[in-house]
Design a protein around this ligand. Sequence first.
Ligand code: F6R
Length: 253
Amino acid sequence: MQKQVSNFHLQVLETEEEVGKAAADFVAAQVRQKPESVLLLPTGRTPLDMYRNLVEMVKSGNLDLHYVHTFNLDEFCGLSSDHPGSYAQYMREALFDHVAIPEDHTHILNCATPDPKAEAALYDAAMHALGGVDLAVLGIGVNGHIGFNEPGSSFSSGTRVVPIREETREANAFLFDGIIDEVPKEAMTVGIATIMESRQILLLATGESKADVVYGMIYGPVTPELPASILQKHPDVTVILDREAASKLPQVK
Ligand code: F6R
């Protein structure tokens, strides 16, 4: 089912596997149309199926990712890039170890630098130097965050170091053998203004725990208290949901 709901192109599928497949098809279509696409990419549970499908497409010769440039949305502070809980490690396992993207085309934020502000500015500058982001793929936190832009983040924020809220640390504990105390308390994230500059946005959400924030993102007020609500102001956002994440939407009930 594909619908237009305010500015959102909304697609509701039965299962999270179908969401992963549809998301991979969406990214693949972008890359086929522009092989040197600049992609802003998420980690977390939601996009795992998307990455699995992209890897399959590449392995079966249906997709070439050789020319893309990738920027990750965020990374924990205080972990080395080879720590099993780091998003750098996540990306290697989910995508980079399996497909031929030149290493210098992949970008992940690095908090472990004497000057995080300079690192953040360089990251944004690198995206601009490549002509800006063609497609940002986003998940959404149970509190409505995008990237690690937690509730209260300014809509004009750029890339920066941010505190991670408790509910977000809990949601990330799966990367740390379920031990919440090991989840870092700070991260570096691409800012909301940077995300909004992307030419196209694809947001994915699965599971009942996302149903309230998905409703708020689409129908609620545009407020920093639900950072994803700013997407109501973007001209080209596609939202792909499974039935559970869509369960609070009036058109779907
Ligand atoms: C991670 C990111 C976060 C996640 C969000 C949802 O790179 O940007 O905003 O997308 O926390 O995470 P999952 O998919 O684990 O529910």
